[in-house]
Design a protein around this ligand. Structure first.
Ligand code: FES
Length: 148
């Protein structure tokens, strides 16, 4: 292989690798809710947190957001399952306790590769137990995640 071909091939490989890395980062970057609060035994999240306003002003509904409350240890993924239907899933892996990350409509543990659906059920091991879930209620404005 000539030097010029070697350099060209190497550069294309680097660009391809960078693109794949950025794509994977894009998949795992979850939106963290900013408007959350605690009322009695409930973590409150504003429903409007699911609305994503794009640069062109158009709105899009997120299918998952993450709520972080320091005293819990791990965050909670809040999936929008349908019109006013949500699941709240504690992001501690049941395998060995690593943090699970939302990827689109499912959850992945980067510790050893376990995967879970948007209701916390195992879809791929080594984890065998479902993730902890919380009861969810709603009103006009808020989603109430019951922590007990
Ligand atoms: S800690 Fe999650 S798969 Fe092992």
């Amino acid at each position: 292989m000539k030097r010029r071909d070697f350099i060209r091939t190497g550069c294309l490989t680097c660009i391809g690798g960078t693109a794949i890395t950025l794509a994977l980062q894009g998949c795992s970057s979850a939106y963290y809710a900013k408007q959350i609060g605690l009322k009695q035994n409930n973590l409150l999240v504003k429903k409007s947190e699911f609305i994503e306003v794009k640069k062109d002003g158009k709105q899009n509904m997120r299918n998952v957001i993450v709520a972080k409350y320091e005293k819990l240890g791990f965050p909670i993924a809040l999936f929008r399952l349908g019109e006013d239907q949500y699941s709240a899933i504690y992001l501690e892996c049941t395998h060995q306790g690593n943090e699970v990350q939302p990827h689109g409509n499912y959850l992945v543990c980067e510790g050893h590769g376990s995967e879970f659906d948007n209701k916390g059920k195992v879809t791929q091991g080594p984890a065998e137990k479902a993730l902890r879930t919380f009861n969810v209620k709603t009103d006009e404005e808020y989603i109430y995640i019951t922590l007990a």
